[in-house]
Write a protein that binds this ligand. Structure first.
Ligand SMILES: [Zn+2]
Length: 299
């Protein structure tokens, strides 16, 4: 794949760079998009698309890794302009009828919902395409293969384009050359399944680089995934004794924050970067996710 046809667009989420990317890929039938980011970043995304010489309405095909709002929250806007949306079969009903997805996000984010994520509208069934594991979607000269990769979420798929894999959250969060952070939100997080699917994509010999939604280009997949596996297992192991002692999530937040801060600093992240990461509120979600993981695994 000629990498010059792939354009990462930094969505400048909450004014910070490298947080969330969308990827515009040029085909001989026009531009397609991999991930839309959240609805709240639509203006930035539109400006990024315009900087590449296209209009929002030129995007007629959108590939989603999974339906979490930081990846798929803007998809309905493209659907309103006629775009076809490709996703994992288990994500389908939530994009067609987003009430449940919206309600659970509202429960977590409350009055920050609008500023963080924006809103969601239903996507008509005829524009939503459930894609099976290994299925190929061809747009002009581009052939995207869907690799179902649950672990982070059960509706997760990674999209292969020749030697490139768009990893969604399968490859975690990357901060420049710094640490690799595993996002572990509830309700689906499953460490063994995630590791299994890391090995599944590592076994595809043709792939030699990744584009991660949180961090963009990864040019050393094997090394990257080895580090991610180590972090995933370390995060889960940290939470396990708290689960066994039935300690509530809020009381785990301080020790877990200290633990993660130490790890990130050791792995080369600056104090300012760690602060931005911590302020995102992801750690509490990770605690809830990992407690749920252990309760499912050990019950
Ligand atoms: Zn994500």
């Amino acid at each position: 794949m000629d990498l010059k046809n792939i354009h990462p667009i930094d969505l400048d989420f909450k004014g910070n760079d490298l947080e969330i990317f969308s990827f515009l890929v040029e085909s001989d039938e026009g531009p397609v998009l991999v991930e839309t980011g959240p609805h709240s970043c639509l203006t930035t995304l539109e400006a990024g698309i315009a900087a590449l010489g296209y209009k929002l309405t030129d995007i007629q095909h959108v590939f989603l890794s999974h339906i979490h709002l930081d990846h798929a929250g803007g998809a309905w806007c493209f659907a309103e302009h006629g775009a076809q949306i490709y996703l994992h079969p288990l994500g389908y009903k939530h994009m067609h009828n987003p009430e449940k997805l919206l309600a659970s996000a509202l429960m977590i984010y409350g009055d920050k919902m609008d500023s963080l994520w924006g809103t969601l509208k239903p996507i008509p069934a005829e524009q939503l395409h459930s894609v099976d594991d290994g299925q190929v979607i061809t747009i002009g000269n581009l052939a995207f293969t869907s690799w179902h990769t649950p672990g982070h979420a059960k509706h997760h798929t990674a999209w292969q384009l020749e030697n490139v894999l768009f990893t969604g959250d399968l490859a975690g969060i990357k901060r420049k050359e710094g640490p690799i952070i595993p996002p572990c939100p509830p309700p689906d997080i499953d460490i063994e399944l995630w590791v299994l699917n890391i090995d599944k994509v590592l076994a595809i010999e043709e792939i030699d680089r990744y584009y991660a939604t949180h961090g963009a280009l990864i040019s050393n997949p094997a090394q990257h995934m080895a580090k991610l596996k180590e972090s995933l297992i370390a995060f889960a192991d940290f939470i396990k004794p708290y689960y066994l002692k039935n300690i509530p999530a809020q009381e785990i937040l301080l020790p877990f924050s200290e633990y993660v801060t130490r790890r990130l600093a050791l792995q080369g992240m600056t104090g300012a970067q760690i602060k931005i990461f911590m302020e995102g509120g992801a750690l509490l979600a990770d605690i809830f996710g990992l407690l749920r993981y252990w309760s499912k695994k050990l019950s």
